[in-house]
Every structure is written in C-alpha cells, then in structure tokens.
Design a protein around this ligand. Structure first.
Ligand SMILES: [Zn+2]
Length: 507
C-alpha cells in the first residue's frame, strides 16, 4: 500500500490544456498530496535513537563501547561517533548506509561493537564527551540531516599503565615453565605475561607490596623462535604498557613418532568416541578417525583452557611434584606423531603430555597438593581429573577407568584420584599425564625435579615478602577478560550506563 503511494508521488500530473484537464487536475493533486503525506508518515519521525549496550566512562587508545542505533521504517542513513572536549573534536567512527531505492535503506537497527582510539581524535586528556549523531532516510530526516542523539560524558586518558619486570627465572627452555615478579601501577585492570598471542594472566595481592605482581608462564613448545616473553598491563580504557622480560630460552627439538592405527581401533574405538561426544560418525573410517583426532581433540583443548581459568592466588603445594609410583615414561611431551593407516599417512598431531605405563587399573595419585577442578568426561582424554595447584598451574590425569574425587575437593600429594584405564583416545591402559599453565601444556619433567623448582621457581617467588593471609580460594585471575567476552552486541545484553545523557534528535 505504501509502495503504491510512493509511486504516485513520482508520476507527473498531466496538466496539459484541453477540455477535461481541469476536471482531472484536482483529484490528481489531491492524490499526489495524499501520496506525499503517506510517504512522509510512512518513513518515520526522522529521530533515530541510540542505546548503550556496553558503556565506557574513560576513553583511551582501545576502549570498547557498544551501541544500538534504531530508526523508523525508512532506515538509518548515517552514524557518526565523535570525541569532543578541551576545544577540540575528532571522529572516532563514521558509517554511511546507502538507500536501497526510493524507500530508504530499510536498516532499522544497527548494533555496533566499537573499539575507540581516543588518540586519533586530537582531544586533550581530561573531561570530554562521546557524541553520537545519526540521520535516517525518512522525508523529515532527509531535510534535517544528522542530529545529536546521544552524549556520553567521559574522561580521556591516553597514558598506559607502567609495568616493569623485577625478577624472573634465570633461564628456561622451549616447552618449559618460568615465573616473573613485576611491578605494575594501580591503574592496571589486568596484567601478566604475553608471548605472541598467548597470555598468562598475573595477579597482585601475593606480596606485602601491593604494586608487585606475579605471573607463571610457559615458553610455548610451538611459539615462533626466538621466544621473547613480555610483561603487559592494561587499564580500563584499553591503554597498554609492556616491557621485555630478559630470560634466555634454550631451544630444543622434540621427538618424532610413527603410529600405525589398527583397524580394530578404527572400527570399535572411534565410533564409540564420536557417539560419546555427540557427533555423527562419517561413513569413511579415516574421516571418522580425523573427526576424533582433530575436532574432538581441539574441543578438548578449548575445554581444558576454560577449566583452567579458575585458579588459587598462590601455590597450594610445596616443593617438587611426584611422578606416579612404579611407572615408566612412554611417549614424551611435545612428541610429533605421524599417524598411518594401512601404511598410508593420515594425520599428524603433537602429544602434549607424558604417557606413564604401569599395571592395568593402577592407582593414579595427585602429583602435588591441589584442588580438584574437574572430574569426568573430557573428550579425547576420556575420564579425566584436573587439579589446580595455584597461579594457573594445573595437572591432568587422563584415560582413567574411574575417578575417586569430586570437583572442589582438596587433595594432598600422593592421594588416590582414581584408577588408570583406556577411556578416551587410548589404545591401552596407561596414564596420560599433563602439566599446564592457564591451560597451556608444559613439559611435566621440570616439575618433577626438586632442584629445578628450588633453582628456577622458588627464588623468584621468595624475592619479595609475601602478603599475610593470602587465601587459597580459587578465582578468575583476569575477571576483566571474562566481562568483556560476555558484554557487547554479540551477547545482546542491554545495560544502560549510569551518568549517560540520551538526547532527542537535534533540529
Ligand atoms: Zn598420551
């Protein structure tokens, strides 16, 4: 109906002279006026509106801000986000939405997850405001142009938090572990160690000096050489400070192994594992195998990293870890495995733990004092137990027949966690044992070595007086990361910021 009226508007009135023309002119003009009125009414009020989805009160060099902008039926035409203050102004974000024919863009709502870079606006540090202007394609909106629809009072802060390493492990090796104590200014909301894209969150509160923080980290087995750790710190406005950690990292090569997959494994174990993990078994046995060895493996690692988010703010153990009693080391950490079936290569993966062989149904014991984070099915790891030992350090006990512990329980070193088995992606009864830092696998051998612990980890932790009464209650060491992941347009959470001033469209 509206569309017909619109077309009426575009048709020129036949005003040529001649008998009867006068009689036609009146109704045509009336129809035209009606059409115009209808089109104007249809298009909407010309007042787009904005709502804050994820607020910002401080704008820095990488500040997240999520907004939803809504318009009438004719749709949005433009959205501009500017920073204004101290006599200066600059554009932070700008978007034009072209018309799709006579009736406007039809885009009635846009949710924008913005990362504002306050440094680009040329606005001095201090009080300012983020101003959102928008226009729509309605007749009124076309005449009026963009109007201010939202003004958010903010503070511009472009200074990064300061972060400096104080003391660290004297030397480390690829695939191994290290620790750093660093100083960080109180404006930091998160800090830690980063190596490439990997992050190892650190925490303050462990030392009597509140500006000192500690981070345990790995020298990832697969990181690009040379491995160069850095301490980083971020404030609420997304300003980042960083500094290199001077730590010599010894390179090493990891072993290679050839594995022939048996047809019994293909036909019995693989379909069972796919079913357990809620996946349909592909008809081709090699494809089915790859679905487990690649997809279920990847999901299991993601799950492990999620489980490892929660950790105690201090080490829950003292001294070295124990290797399982009466076990022989089979496959080693970071061994590159080449899988063959019927003599043909089908896959390659890296073994991220140590296999320990003993008798069938051997008791599996805790390598050190810790808290049970997980006890249950864990993809390729089958029945598994994960222990938290504090500061992001965890151990994994996989392929168990059964688990004798429950999540939340504290266990002492040597306590029985369950019995060995071959659940998950295992061809025979053995314990797959892994050591992790924030879900990243490290070589377990170092942690079994008391001298290594005394030389490389303990002195760094003891370099500053400890804070009294640090509890062992687990918590997320980097809560800001979790908050950021949950908010924004993608999460669809509408939380209006206090102190924001929504405005009607300006004329
Ligand atoms: Zn293994």
């Amino acid at each position: 109906m509206s569309r017909e009226r619109g077309i009426g508007l575009g048709s020129p009135a036949r005003s040529a002279g001649g008998p009867g023309a006068g009689r036609l002119l009146g109704p045509l003009l009336a129809a035209g006026a009606l059409g115009l009125a209808g089109w104007i009414a249809w298009g909407g009020s010309g007042h787009p509106s904005a709502e804050i989805v994820q607020p910002a009160s401080v704008v820095g060099r990488a500040t997240p801000l999520s907004l939803r902008v809504d318009a009438g039926r004719a749709g949005l035409r433009s959205i501009d986000v500017r920073l204004e203050g101290g006599g200066a102004a600059g554009t932070l974000f700008s978007k034009q939405i072209p018309a799709d024919g006579l009736f406007g863009s039809g885009v009635r709502s846009e949710c924008l997850d913005l990362v504002l870079d306050g440094a680009t606006a040329g606005v001095p540090e201090g009080e300012a405001r983020v101003v959102v202007r928008a226009s729509d394609w309605s007749a009124i909106g076309r005449l009026r142009g963009p109007g201010e629809i939202l003004s958010i009072p903010v503070t511009v802060d472009l200074a990064a938090p300061a972060v400096t390493p104080v003391t660290t492990t004297s030397m480390a090796q690829r695939g191994g572990s290290a620790i750093v104590v660093y100083r960080v200014t109180p404006d930091a909301v998160r800090s830690g160690v980063e190596i490439g894209k990997r992050r190892f969150p650190g925490r303050t509160g462990a030392f009597a000096d509140p500006t000192l923080a500690v981070a345990l980290f790995s020298l990832p087995w697969d990181a690009e050489a040379p491995i160069q750790p850095q301490v980083y710190a971020e404030d609420a406005a997304g300003n980042r400070g960083r500094a290199a950690v001077i730590l010599p990292v010894k390179e090493r090569r990891f072993p290679e192994e050839k594995i022939e997959v048996t047809s019994t494994f293909m036909t019995v174990k693989i379909p069972e594992l796919l079913e357990r993990n809620g996946m349909k078994a592909p008809a081709d046995p090699i494809e089915a195998y790859l679905a487990v060895n690649r997809d279920v493996r990847r999901k299991s690692e993601e799950r492990l990293r999620e489980i490892g988010r929660v950790t105690a703010p201090r080490f829950l153990f003292d001294g070295a870890f124990v290797q399982q009693p009466d076990t022989a080391v089979g496959s080693r950490f970071a061994e590159r495995r080449h899988y063959f079936f019927g003599g043909k290569p089908i896959d390659e993966q890296t073994h991220l733990g140590t296999d320990l062989a003993s008798v069938k149904l051997a008791p599996v014991v805790a390598a050190a004092r810790g808290r049970v984070l997980w006890a249950g099915d864990l993809g390729i790891y089958g029945n598994a137990v994960v222990l938290d030992h504090g500061l992001g350090l965890e151990t994994l006990y996989a392929h168990l027949t059964d688990a004798a512990v429950a999540p939340g329980q504290m266990v002492e070193r040597g306590a029985t966690l369950g019995r060995s088995g071959q659940t998950g992606l295992a061809g025979g009864d053995h314990l797959h044992y892994s050591t992790m830092i924030h879900g990243q696998h490290v070589d377990p051998v170092e942690w079994w070595d008391g001298k290594w612990f005394r030389d490389r980890i303990a002195p760094t932790l003891a370099s500053a007086p400890a804070a009294p009464n640090v509890g062992d209650e687990p918590s997320d060491p980097d809560p800001a990361v979790a908050t950021a992941a949950r908010s924004g347009c993608a999460a669809g959470a509408a939380t209006a910021a206090p102190g924001t001033v929504p405005k009607a469209a300006a004329p």
